[in-house]
Design a protein around this ligand. Sequence first.
Ligand code: TYM
Length: 328
Amino acid sequence: RTIVVSGIQPSGELHLGNYFGAIRQHIELHQQYESYFFIVNYHALTTIADREALRRYTFEAALTYLALGFDPQKAALFVQSDVPEVTELAWIFYNLIPVSTLEKGVAYKDKVAQGLPANAGLLNYPVLQAADILIYGGTLVPVGADQKQNIEICRDVAQRFNRTFCAPDQPLFPLPEPLIREEVAVVPGIDGRKMSKSYGNTIGIFDEGKTLRKKVMAIVTDSTPLEAPKDPERCNVFALIKLFADEATRSRIADAYRQGGYGYGEAKKELIRLIEAHFAEARERRRALLRHPDYVMDVLREGGRKARQRAQEIMEQVRELVGLNYTT
Ligand code: TYM
């Protein structure tokens, strides 16, 4: 049985990388499979210590899913902390995984390499993520390429738990598979590096008007003169155009690049039009939802209730297997 799970951090505005790398697949998959999508506010605490910002980003993430077509009748969308059992499971997992594995975590390593202080939350981040996935019995995790390592750690944790506490023919946790779509595994940002909140190179899903124009115009290109032929495959603007354009538009623009006489400015204008058209409907829906914040809260509450029920069932078994249900 396929169970789809994935999380997104409420640590800033959601951007095109989040959309193409993850959210779009979530919206597709939840129509068909039992799915759990969570807004990981515990994880966001590794970088945010601002109650109001955390609340705002959490709400905005929920709005984004609903605006993009998430149907609360079909699956659960919820806030991670509404299932506090994940932290209990994470604690159990901590005891199965060597610190040396976690020290190889990319997010942790990067921070340390930059000479920045890393808190214990950041080091242990992948363990909580493993709990997020395994507590719902997740089997399929649609994510961007940057999450590959975390899913590997999750598989490692699941195996260690099964080996340590379960009968060989009765593993509790299935080993989840990452679902990383090749074409969108790494969406580039304004400066050509991976689009990421921490690089400040993002284009927001709902950016429009002046903000959108400013960001797109800032996309880094080389200095090939307007008349000269250009290689679309080496251009950051085209990399984004490719994500939005249909086949015909894509090849028309690629041809224009190769012929020459087509400038990056023109390509950027095309990209703005594509972005605006792609999200036009979602933008309207978002505006409508903003007038009904209670509805958004109800969706989260109900999603959290469903998810927690499932989590508690698995935790019963975990506590039994580990030997924690001493008095019950
Ligand atoms: P986060 O919040 O950084 O990103 C959310 C999702 O967006 C994807 N993504 C990208 N994909 C392609 N190109 C990009 N430039 C890009 N930027 C972001 C991410 O890969 C991710 O799928 N650790 C996770 C959150 C998490 C989670 C989980 C995910 C917590 N628990 C359990 C899956 C399952 C994270 O920080 O995602």
